[in-house]
Design a protein around this ligand. Structure first.
Ligand code: ZN
Length: 457
């Protein structure tokens, strides 16, 4: 018997965690943190719906915290098996988990909340890890083989195929985990791998109900927003996710500056985490697409251009205030959930010359989402701030596939699929996408809830 249990990431975007088990083997795919509103953060403290000591193996699709954020908790509670992932995923995870532990420690100081784990717990994860290459058959457990394919979502991100053999069955059952699917083509990454056949598949659906702007429009829109903000003598604030969004933005800014398409103004990357993550990008050009790899080989430093300054220390960060506008500040966190962006938002959101540019997903309940929905005033670090800034959004920088791309990814598998599980989306959005799959592809599509189990037969 092959059984699949949804331990997170079902009826919600975050907390991805799926248990695939047979009579003899338990494999966990991702072990992500719940993020967003206060309620879902409390969910992280709930016990796992399985005994961590009985799990044999963990496979990681990619390093975003909603896919790896509960790993230290898993190890703390007795998991001693192997963890398989690509090398960029492991390098990112080391930086991102340490950062998560650090953020939880400061939250404890300010809000009295109990941290899920500490920095030493994050270090205990890495002796268990084994790096894997794309397209290689990895025997992960007795009767189970996995193959990682490029998902084109962030550097090293993977779609995972799991092949489960059962006694008396001539052919293994193939289960595909989409992880997060990319918004291809992107400046740095290869396109999302097409999977041609599967018995069962899980597909993310963060943007299952909408379409992004095209890539050409995206770059033009960025250019326009920068020019308009500079013309007004304002500050352009870009809350950015440390992984992929910041590096893509740097790549685009590098091109806009080098081709003289935008005036030279100071650009600050004000995020110690994004700076660390950018170092990991520099370390793994073998995971770039051909165009980006060729650029690097020709000697262009794609993450450096005139006017760009990295500000790792708190002193560097504070010094940004003294630089007169116009200026561009890229800072984390991506959903204005915490981090240095809050200090800049506190300072500049009340100024009508400011533009706040949203380029990533904003979870329900986050400050970023409230700003996007037009909140007239917001509370930031103990102060009520009237919002007079222009709030604008470019969806083309999303690292996620949109509805059309998601549907196109399922299509080649439609004849073989026995069931499609639509996950990692807000419940309503997942339902809209599941209905579309049933209507357009005649594939049985379900939206599981956390705690649901299915026998895969
Ligand atoms: Zn992701």
């Amino acid at each position: 018997m092959v059984k699949l249990t949804f331990c997170g990431g079902a009826g919600m975007v975050t907390g991805a965690c799926y248990l695939l088990e047979t009579d003899t083997t338990k494999v966990l795919v991702d072990c992500g943190m719940f993020q967003g509103s206060r309620f879902s953060e409390l969910l992280n403290h709930d016990p796992f719906p399985f005994d961590p000591t009985t799990v044999d193996v963990v496979l990681l699709t990619h390093a975003h915290i909603d896919h790896v954020g509960r790993l230290p908790k898993l190890v703390k509670e007795g998991f001693r098996g192997k963890i398989y992932a690509t090398s960029p995923t492991l390098d990112f995870a080391r930086a991102l988990l340490a950062d998560a532990a650090h953020v939880m420690r400061s939250e404890q100081k300010w809000e009295g909340t109990e941290p899920l784990y500490e920095e030493k717990d994050t270090e205990a994860v890495f002796p268990l890890t084994i790096p894997v290459a794309y397209n290689e058959k990895v025997p992960v457990a007795p009767g189970m083989t996995a193959v990682f394919h490029d998902a084109g979502h962030i550097l090293g991100s993977s779609i995972i195929e799991a092949f489960v053999s059962e006694k008396g069955k001539e052919r293994p059952t193939k289960v595909v985990f989409s992880g997060d699917l990319g918004n291809s083509p992107t400046p740095l990454l290869n396109d999302t791998t097409v999977i041609h056949e599967a018995d069962f598949a899980l597909i993310e659906s963060a943007y299952g109900d909408r379409m992004h702007e095209s890539h050409k429009e995206t770059k033009d829109m960025l250019e326009d927003v920068i020019e308009e903000t500079i013309a007004q003598g304002g500050v352009l604030l870009i809350p950015s996710f440390a992984t992929e969004r910041t590096q893509e933005l740097l790549y685009e800014l590098n091109e806009l500056v080098e081709h003289g398409r935008i005036p030279k103004v100071p650009v600050f990357i004000d995020s110690p985490l994004a700076i660390k993550i950018t170092e990991v990008y520099k370390k793994h050009p073998e995971f770039y697409n051909k165009k980006a790899a060729d650029l690097v080989r020709s000697g262009d430093n794609i993450f450096q251009f005139p006017g760009l300054r990295f500000t790792p220390t708190p002193e560097d960060s504070k010094a940004i205030n003294a630089v007169p506008p116009p200026k561009i500040i890229v800072a984390g966190s991506g959903m204005s959930h915490g981090g240095r962006i809050l200090h800049h938002e506190k300072l500049y959101l009340s100024d009508p010359r400011t533009t706040l540019l949203i380029i990533g997903y904003q979870a329900a309940g986050s400050l970023g989402r409230r700003l996007l929905e037009g909140a007239p005033s917001v509370r930031i670090i103990g102060a009520d701030i009237p919002v007079r800034a222009r709030i604008t959004r470019i969806t083309g920088y999303s690292a996620h596939a949109d509805q059309r791309q998601l549907l196109a990814w399922v299509e080649p598998m439609r004849m073989s699929l026995k069931k499609l599980f639509v996950v990692q989306g807000e419940a309503e959005v997942s339902s809209i996408f599941a209905q579309l799959v049933r209507d357009k592809l005649a594939v049985e599509a379900v939206v599981p809830k956390v705690g649901d189990s299915f026998e895969l037969k």
